[in-house]
Design a protein around this ligand. Structure first.
Ligand code: DAH
Length: 314
């Protein structure tokens, strides 16, 4: 038996030998049962054998357990010195960055942020903005119509109406969000971003509009921005203007529509135009982001491809 124990190759094999020796019908168990009939001398011999075998089993067991552990360590180790992929840190998308910057600037000017639904009813998107049904100006915007005569809002101007209906005047609000029109090329996406500003009070003038626009652009682009205004047309403003801004290459870029809020718009919101007047402006803030970050194609901005973002330094 000693020999067998010595040669056991696995814990299972050792367990079998143990049962063979100390089990119910084991050889040693049988010997121990005869103890009472043995002489002192023989008894001492059996005892010694018993102790020796038990020790042998114990030693062999720890030897086999160690071997099993070592085998496991040899195959299942983790090499902590191996190089691993560098940690990837996320960054804010350029549009998100611009949205936050523009919002912070408007808030610092005392304008309050308003939001509105992206599926808008005819009243807020058109009619209240002095653009009744069959008004030719509706064609200025290729609208996506949904059920019940609603549209996916074509302009954030709808939020001017919602805000004035809710809190009246005086009001100094802005809104920034997504707008939708049927167009899709390098410079137009069917979903794009607009920002809207509205300031109505008793002494608001065109000069306030010009100063606000200039300060806003200069803060956003972090340098003094030269602007000019041209006469334009929007149903919801009178007079209406278009803002241009002088870009690095000396060219004038058309960037925003604006004007003095049309009396009809004020009336539609139960505001007396003889008492109150104000300015409003609206522009594509995703275009502002493109200018600020030197991006020339609007499409990848909305693709969500991280490789493009990384290649452009975001
Ligand atoms: N809503 C206009 C557009 O989408 C932009 C605009 C022009 C907004 C003049 C205004 C405004 O608030 O006064 O083209």
């Amino acid at each position: 038996m000693k020999n067998k124990i010595e040669k056991a190759k696995s814990l299972e094999e050792l367990q079998a030998l143990y049962t063979e020796t100390f089990g119910k019908n084991g050889t040693m168990t049988a010997k121990l049962k005869t103890m009472a009939t043995l002489s002192n001398e023989e008894r001492a011999k059996v005892n010694a054998e018993n102790t020796e075998l038990r020790q042998l089993f114990k030693d062999k067991q720890s030897e086999l357990e160690n071997a099993a552990l070592n085998a496991k360590l040899a195959t299942e180790y983790v090499d902590v010195t191996l190089d691993c992929e560098p940690e990837q840190r996320g960054t804010l998308h350029p549009l998100t960055q611009s949205l936050k910057e523009l919002s912070a600037i408007m808030e610092s000017f005392g304008f309050t942020l308003w939001t509105g639904p992206e599926i808008e009813d005819d009243w807020h998107n058109f009619t209240a903005l002095n653009t009744p049904e069959y008004h030719p100006a509706r064609d200025m915007q290729d609208s996506f119509f949904v059920e019940n005569g609603n549209v996916v809002r074509t302009q954030t101007s709808s939020i001017q109406i919602r805000a004035m209906e809710k809190v009246g005047v005086p009001i100094k609000m802005f809104a920034i969000g997504s707008t939708y029109r049927k167009e899709w090329d390098a410079t137009h996406a069917p979903m794009f971003g607009q920002m809207e500003g509205l300031y109505v009070d008793k002494n608001v003038t065109m000069s306030d509009l010009i100063a606000t626009m200039r300060a806003l652009l200069s803060r956003f682009f972090e340098r003094d921005i030269e602007i000019r205004i041209r006469p334009s047309y929007f149903p919801f403003t009178e007079p209406s203007v278009e803002f241009d801004m002088k870009w690095d290459n000396g060219k004038w870029l058309e960037i925003a529509g604006a004007g003095m809020v049309h009396p009809n718009v004020l009336k539609n919101c139960n505001v007396n135009p003889d008492e109150y007047q104000g300015f409003a402006f609206g522009f594509g803030w995703d275009r502002m982001a493109m200018l600020k970050y030197n991006l020339d194609d609007i499409r990848p901005i909305y693709d969500g491809d991280i490789r493009w973002l990384k290649n452009n330094g975001f």
